[in-house]
Write a protein that binds this ligand. Structure first.
Ligand code: ZN
Length: 345
C-alpha cells in the first residue's frame, strides 16, 4: 500500500510517499479502514522534528486525522460494516486505568495518539479500535471528515469540560487561522460566548469575522490586552484560549479578568513562561491544560457534526504527492483552516 512516511528523524526533508506492506487483518474489536483523506495538524510538524521521549521505528507513517471507508471488520465489532464512511478519533486509551474508568480517556496513563506514538493515518489502509470510529454525516465531504476529529475534539474539551465557558462570557482566542483556533471560535459561538480573535494577518481576521467572530484584533497594530479591556468595560476576558505560549503570555495575563480561566493546548512559540505567583492568587486565576478529549466528548462533537454544526473549515486539499508543500504551508502559518491530503487515488 501507498503511505506518507518519515524515513528518519530531523524534519520534513525526510517525508516521502512509499510502498509499504499492508497491515495485518483486524484483531477482535478492531476495524481496517481504507483511507480517503487525511488532514495535517501542528503535531505532525513536531513529529517530523522529533518529539522528546518518543523513539520511532522508520519508516514512520505520519498523520493523526483521517477518514475513509470500512474495509474489514474484526470479530465482535458491532455498529460498523464494510463500506461505512467513517472518521477516526486519534486518541487511543487503555480503557481500564482509573482515568479511563472515570471516562477521562485523554488523561489515560497509557494514552497514545495515531501518528504521534503509533503509525498514522496517511496510508491507504489503517487498523484502529472500533471505538475510535464514528460514522461520517451523509453530506460531509471526505476532506471535511478527515479534518474534523483532532482540532474539533481539542477545542470542545478546552471550552466545555476544562474552561466551562458559559453563554454570554467573553473568550479571547489567539492566532486565528489554525485548525484548533478556528474550531475554538466555532465552539465558543455554539456555547453562546462572545468571541475576540487575534491574528497578524488582516485576511485571516476578515475570514474570522465571516465565521462570526464578534471582534478581530490585529496584534501587529494594536495592544491586544488594552483592546480586550476596552471591549469588556475594563474587566478583561472570562476565558483565554492560548496555544502560542511565550510570545503571547504577557498579553494573555493582561487580558484575563480577575477569576478568569486560561486554557492552554499548545506552545507553538515556546513553552517556558515567567509567572509571578502573587498575580495568580490575587487574581484567583485558573490555569488549565488540555489535550485531545474523551470518548464521551468525541461522541458529543460527532452528534453536533450530524446536526450540521462544528464542521471544520478547509484551507487546502492537495494530493498525497504534494505533501511537502502542504507541510510547508502549515510551517509558514499561511492557512485559514485545515490542510488536507487526498490519500486515495
Ligand atoms: Zn487508561
Amino acid at each position: 500500500m501507498k503511505a506518507l512516511v518519515l524515513s528518519g528523524p530531523g524534519g520534513i526533508r525526510h517525508l516521502r510517499v512509499q510502498e509499504l506492506p499492508e497491515p495485518d487483518p483486524p484483531s477482535p474489536g478492531e476495524v481496517m479502514v481504507r483511507i480517503e483523506a487525511m488532514a495535517l495538524n501542528r503535531l505532525d510538524l513536531f513529529v517530523a522534528e522529533g518529539l522528546p521521549g518518543i523513539r520511532y521505528s522508520y519508516p514512520h507513517i505520519v498523520g493523526s486525522d483521517g477518514a475513509g471507508t470500512v474495509h474489514q471488520v474484526g470479530a465482535g465489532v458491532e455498529g460498523f460494516r464494510p463500506g461505512d464512511r467513517v472518521m477516526i478519533n486519534p486518541t487511543l486509551s487503555c480503557g481500564h486505568c482509573p482515568a479511563c474508568s472515570a471516562g477521562e480517556h485523554s488523561v489515560c496513563d497509557e494514552v497514545r495518539v495515531l501518528g504521534e506514538h503509533l503509525s498514522g493515518t496517511a496510508a491507504e489502509l489503517i487498523v484502529v479500535p472500533a471505538e475510535n470510529l464514528a460514522q461520517v454525516p451523509p453530506e460531509m465531504s471526505w476532506p471535511q471528515a478527515a479534518a474534523f476529529s483532532l482540532a474539533t475534539l481539542t477545542a470542545w474539551r478546552m471550552l466545555t469540560t476544562r474552561a466551562r465557558l458559559e453563554s454570554g462570557e467573553t473568550v479571547l482566542i489567539w492566532g486565528i487561522g489554525g485548525g484548533v483556533a478556528l474550531a475554538s471560535l466555532q465552539v465558543a459561538r455554539l456555547l453562546g460566548g462572545r468571541t475576540i480573535v487575534t491574528s497578524g494577518d488582516d485576511g485571516k481576521l476578515d475570514a474570522a469575522r465571516k465565521l462570526g467572530a464578534d471582534h478581530a484584533i490585529n496584534y501587529t497594530r494594536s495592544d491586544v490586552a488594552q483592546e480586550v479591556r476596552s471591549l469588556t468595560d475594563g474587566r478583561g476576558a472570562d476565558v483565554v484560549v492560548d496555544s502560542v505560549g511565550e510570545q503571547t503570555w504577557k498579553a494573555t495575563l493582561r487580558s484575563l479578568r480577575r477569576g478568569g480561566r486560561l486554557v492552554v493546548c499548545g506552545a507553538t512559540s515556546g513553552p517556558i513562561v515567567p509567572l509571578d505567583l502573587r498575580r495568580l492568587f490575587w487574581h484567583q486565576w485558573s490555569f488549565l491544560g488540555s489535550t485531545l478529549g474523551s470518548r464521551r466528548e468525541y461522541a458529543e462533537i460527532v452528534k453536533l457534526a450530524g446536526e450540521g454544526k462544528l464542521w471544520p473549515v478547509i484551507d487546502t486539499v492537495l494530493p498525497l504527492s504534494r505533501a511537502v508543500e502542504a507541510y510547508q504551508r502549515m510551517m509558514a502559518g499561511q492557512q485559514v483552516g485545515k490542510i488536507v491530503l487526498e490519500v486515495a487515488e
